[in-house]
Structure formats: C-alpha cells, structure tokens
Design a protein around this ligand. Sequence first.
Ligand code: NAP
Length: 292
Amino acid sequence: MPRKIGFLGLGIMGLSMAKRLIGAGHPLTVYNRTASKAAPLVALGATQAATPREAARGSEIVISIVTDSPDVEEVLIGKDGAIHAAEKNALFIDMSTIAPETARRVGRALQAKGIAFLDAPVTGGDVGAREGTLSILVGGEAADLERAREVLGVMGKRITHFGPLGAGQTAKACNQILCAMNMTGIVEALHLARLSGIDPSLVVEALSAGAGGSWALEKLGSRIAKGDFNPGFYVDLIQKDLRIVQDAARPLGLPLEGTALAQRLFADNQKAGEGKLGTQAMYKAVERRIRK
Ligand code: NAP
C-alpha cells in the first residue's frame, strides 16, 4: 500500500534509500540541507521541501538519515524540525547512527506531542542501501515497528527488534566495533600479502570463502586491492561512531582496547587529510607505519 513519506537527508545512504522507496511506489517529499542534492529524486517524481517541517506536512511516516546526534535533533525537534508540522498519528523513524541516549531523548520529545518514534539504524553500507539489502536494527514499540515493517522492507532484507527506544542504536554500536576490528585485520593481512610478494586480490578472493572471510573483506578488501579508497563510509563517520561506542562502554566499565587501536589508526587518516575517504583508507595509515 503506498504511504506518504517525508524523507530527510539525501547523503550517500539517504539518496539510495529514498530512490528505492520511490521505486516501490511510495509518494515522497524529500528534504536535504544542500538543496541541489535532491535533483535526482525530483526527476523521479519526488516533491522537494525547503525544511524538515515542510517535509513532515501531510506525511504519515517521516524518515531521517543525517550525520550525528545534534543533526537528528535539529531536523526532528529543532526550530524548523519535522515535529512542528507532524500529522496526527505520524510515525517518525530515525535511521542515522547516533547515541542511544539522544534517540531516547528525541523519542520522549516526540511522544510528548503524540508522535510515535523508532530508532532504526542500519548496516550494510552504500551497497546495501542501493540494493535494499540493509540490516535494520530497531528500538521502540513493537506495534510501531509493525506499522513500518512494509516500508522498512523496501530498504532492508533483515529487520530486527532489539527492545525499547535506543536499543537499535546500542546494537549499531556493537556493529561498529565489528566493522572497526574487521578493518584492522584486513589492512594488516593485505599489507603482509603485498610485502611478501603475493597478490592481495587473490588473497581477498580465496580468504573470503574461508573462516577469515567477512562482508568487509569481500566488499572493502577488494577495493583496497584495486587501490580504490573512495568512500562508501567516511573515516570521519566511523570516528563519530567509535566515540559513541566508547561513551556506551565507559559507564559499564568495559575496556575496548581493540576499538581504541582502530580509533588511533583512523585518527592518523584524519590528520593526513583522509577523513572523507572510505574506512578502507586505514590501509594508508598502516602503510605510513611500515619500517623501511
Ligand atoms: P553523508 O553522505 O555525509 O550524508 C549526510 C547527510 O546528512 C547529508 O544529506 C547532509 O546534508 C545531512 N545533514 C548532516 N547534518 C545535517 C543537519 N544539521 N541538518 C540537515 N541535514 C544534515 O553520510 P551517509 O554515509 O549517508 O551517512 C548518514 C548516516 O548513516 C550517518 O549517521 C552514518 O553514520 C550512517 N550510516 C552510513 C553508512 C555508510 O556506509 N555510508 C552505513 C550505515 C550507516 P548535506 O548534503 O547538506 O551535507
């Protein structure tokens, strides 16, 4: 059934996700801070809104996917936020990666106005967003998830309910530990292969089928082997996420030493002006540490 959707944030992820929703027949009103980025969606039939508030008007569901916690607060509950023009019984779904505490705070502000809210961050990268194969990690009321399930199913192939508001973001924080650790292993392995004189692309191909294989080795290891450091997921964004991870672990007394190592390597990327490269650029940070 077509649902009127307001869609906020047309970055690497949002643009592809919004395209899939239009393709599935849902009428979309889109907002992006840099207005020109909405052009490909307008060409597909979307209506463009000048503010998040305007995008929410007439929308049964409002989906946001912007950068960080303050950005979600701005587009949903800020001065021109979607909250101010929300329809009666509207459902807001935030799919950005943000702090669990912010998701709970935003949820409380929305609920006070009678607006339902789910935190529903995603994993599966730019490829998953394009192909509709994301894994969607949900926190909030089960009944609200059921209202959204069909729409979420256009963007993701696996939808998991973890518990109350914020629980989706906690699951996403766990995922970011895995992404960071995977990348550390991949870049060390591919440097060892290269320095020892074996072909890194063969290593990626053969090991992807074995016990050391992973999504990251297959998708991002192959980009490293081709010298492709273009972003699917920015170094700057994983650093934002790893700060969220450390903030979640600290009060629990849990030391995340592996995560801290990945943060140091990504910080080296940022210092070298590589924050807008993909996370596979950690390969460059390790390369700079090789003793000649
Ligand atoms: P991106 O390409 O940098 O896009 C960020 C989007 O947020 C842009 O549309 C940007 O608008 C908008 N934005 C940021 N701050 C804003 C503000 N204060 N007000 C209004 N709009 C604002 O990033 P992305 O890769 O799509 O990531 C988006 C979210 O998904 C992040 O939370 C990220 O951690 C998460 N995520 C990304 C991936 C991935 O592989 N890329 C995977 C899973 C989850 P402008 O165009 O005006 O800058």
